[in-house]
Design a protein around this ligand. Structure first.
Ligand SMILES: Nc1nc2c(ncn2[C@@H]2O[C@H](COP(=O)(O)OP(=O)(O)OP(=O)(O)O)[C@@H](O)[C@H]2O)c(=O)[nH]1
Length: 311
């Protein structure tokens, strides 16, 4: 593991051909200009990588081919991430997803409790092909639904290829996208050309701690990592879990219950918890993925459960 242990992670989402690789190139340029080293993880559906030749040779690069991060190749993703974290020197990880990926599933696949404490999830940037958006009625209902999901969970939405639209169409498209995600910053781009202050909207890129906390609260999607120091009562944990808002989509990790020798593997998906005993010690990390949730509140509440057990 290198000197800066927490790596900022951005997910680049968007339908096929929308401009994700163009955005990746812009983000690499921006990070380099700020003196940061970005690493790139590319996921493609085919078994040959086409886009990886677009990435500068000197950057750490991992490729996941022949399947989508969010469903078929989760294990490979874990292995690739671990390899990058342990063997490469970098500050930021840029993940380019396939056009078929659901963003919540990608965040879920990426935030493994085995190493989540080394990752700082910054947000999702979704690229929308402006012309395809105008003609979206030609898409199947399933593809249209995926489109909406990619927009709904983004911190920033790029309405890309605006050179192909008339001015009137541009403003209509912007308000339609804002209607789907009122928290996101919607920006019109050509060739995904964004300015540095767009990254400032979703990260602590050159920012004070105060600004970072304020902006994090406004983000659409968050992944929070809590590391337990002590043990907790299962009943108290379940009471806490039941009081969570419905915008917590997913939790997973190893929870140290007072009655168990080792932390238990815990999975929670849209309200349904599953517990599995472990027969060895695992990192006591709990990953919480959702929208409009506060890291401070969650950390405070879980710490209190640990303190309850101490007295
Ligand atoms: N006219 C126009 N073309 C663009 C713009 N941005 C990207 N393109 C073109 O659109 C095509 C797809 O761009 P990419 O950046 O490769 O998009 P992608 O989302 O990575 O594509 P896939 O990896 O195939 O999903 C390329 O031929 C780009 O040159 C734009 O703003 N205007």
């Amino acid at each position: 593991m290198n000197k800066k242990s927490k790596k900022d992670v951005y997910i680049l989402s968007g339908f096929l051909g929308s401009g994700k690789t163009s955005l990746l190139k812009q983000m690499i340029r921006m990070h380099k200009a700020a003196g940061k080293v970005p690493a790139v993880l590319m996921n493609e559906l085919g078994n040959v990588s086409i886009d990886s030749s677009e990435v500068d040779q000197d950057l750490p690069l991992a490729e996941l081919l022949d399947g989508c991060i969010c469903c078929t190749i989760q294990d490979k993703l874990e292995a690739q991430l671990q390899e990058l974290l342990w063997n490469e020197e970098f500050d930021t990880l840029l993940i380019e997803t396939t056009g078929a990926a659901h963003p919540v599933e990608v965040v879920d696949a990426m935030m493994s409790p085995l190493f989540a404490e080394h990752l700082e999830f910054k947000g999702i940037l979704t690229v929308v092909d402006a012309m395809q958006w105008v003609r979206r009625q030609e898409l199947s209902p399933q593809v249209l639904q995926l489109y909406r999901e990619q927009i709904r969970h983004a911190g920033v939405v790029l309405l890309n290829k605006v050179d192909l639209l008339k001015e009137m169409e541009q403003s209509t498209a912007v308000s339609e996208l804002q209607g789907i995600n009122k928290h996101a910053r919607i920006i019109m781009t050509n060739y995904a050309n964004i300015s540095e202050n767009v990254l400032e909207q979703i990260s602590n890129f050159n920012q004070t701690e105060h600004d970072r906390v304020r902006i994090q609260h406004e983000l659409s999607m968050q992944a929070i990592v809590y590391t337990f120091n002590g043990v907790i009562e299962q009943e108290a944990f379940e009471n806490w879990m039941r009081a969570l808002p419905s915008t917590v989509y997913r939790m997973k990790g190893y929870v140290p219950f007072s009655h168990e020798k080792y932390p238990m593997l815990f999975h929670y998906s849209f309200g349904m918890p599953v517990y599995l005993p472990e027969d060895m010690n695992m990192p006591k990390n709990l990953v919480i993925i959702g929208e409009g949730i506060s890291k401070e509140t969650i950390s405070h509440d879980l710490k209190r459960l640990e303190q309850l057990k101490e007295v």
